[in-house]
Ligand binder design. Structure first.
Ligand SMILES: *Cc1c(COP(=O)(O)O)cnc(C)c1O
Length: 219
């Protein structure tokens, strides 16, 4: 697979779903990938990337941002409150807002820094103990709380359980978003982004299908 293959498959899935061309944003997930691979994708003209750790993003992206204009960087992994300031200062979007304490910290820092990334609330649609995200039953309340803090909530994000049909989770996320008047849906990875697009994904997070298998496991 390559960037070109993935963008072609996204276009096809948009058409198949009767959705306008360009309605899905491709976040190329570059976590743990060697810099040469990331550089190659930048040189092909792609500008939208995802990282799941603040530390790694801070080490990698300021250099690329000096070389390439208009990089659109998304934090897609769990965010500790003590790294929130660094995240706000570096990334354009955060997909992992998942608890009141983090929401309050982001609201305070956004005031101090004078800007806030676009935010997605992560929903733990599979209700898995080990996974981050607000539980589906608590989503409406949490979304309201974030709005009360004036946070720029663009939509919802989920990572379906590995052993379940992802479409059920994508459909649930879309339903919660619609119920709350949110239009952004960050869902779909290398193995299931076409299904996610069929169910309304606006942002797909694709790593290994673009860059190849990750060289070392992350955790
Ligand atoms: C790593 C990661 C991805 C990309 O996974 P692939 O299967 O390599 O496409 C997407 N979303 C999140 C939150 C990730 O951590």
């Amino acid at each position: 697979m390559s960037l070109q293959d993935i963008t072609a498959r996204i276009s096809k899935a948009e058409t198949a779903a009767g959705r306008p061309a360009g309605s899905v944003k491709l976040i190329a997930v570059s976590k743990v990938q060697p810099n040469e691979r990331v550089q190659a994708v930048l040189e092909q003209g792609h500008r939208c990337f995802g990282e799941n750790r603040v530390q790694e993003a801070v080490g990698k992206w300021p250099g690329f941002m000096e070389q390439f204009a208009d990089i659109d960087l998304h934090l897609i992994g769990p965010l500790q409150t003590n790294k929130a300031r660094q995240a706000i200062e570096l990334v354009n979007s955060i997909h992992s807002v998942d608890r009141p304490k983090l929401a309050k910290t982001l609201a305070r820092l956004a005031q101090e820094v004078g800007t806030c990334p676009d935010l997605f609330i992560q929903v733990n649609t599979g209700e898995e103990d080990q996974k981050a995200g607000i539980l589906p039953a608590e989503a409406d309340t949490f979304i309201a709380e974030c709005r009360g803090l004036d946070l720029p909530i663009q939509g919802l994000m989920c990572i379906p359980p590995v052993d379940e049909e992802p479409s059920l989770h994508f459909a649930l996320l879309a339903k919660i978003a619609e119920h709350n008047g949110l239009t952004g849906l960050s869902m779909g990875m290398s193995g299931d982004f076409e299904q996610a697009i069929a169910l309304g994904a606006t942002h797909v997070r694709v790593g290994s299908a673009i860059f190849g298998e990750r060289v070392r496991p992350q955790e």
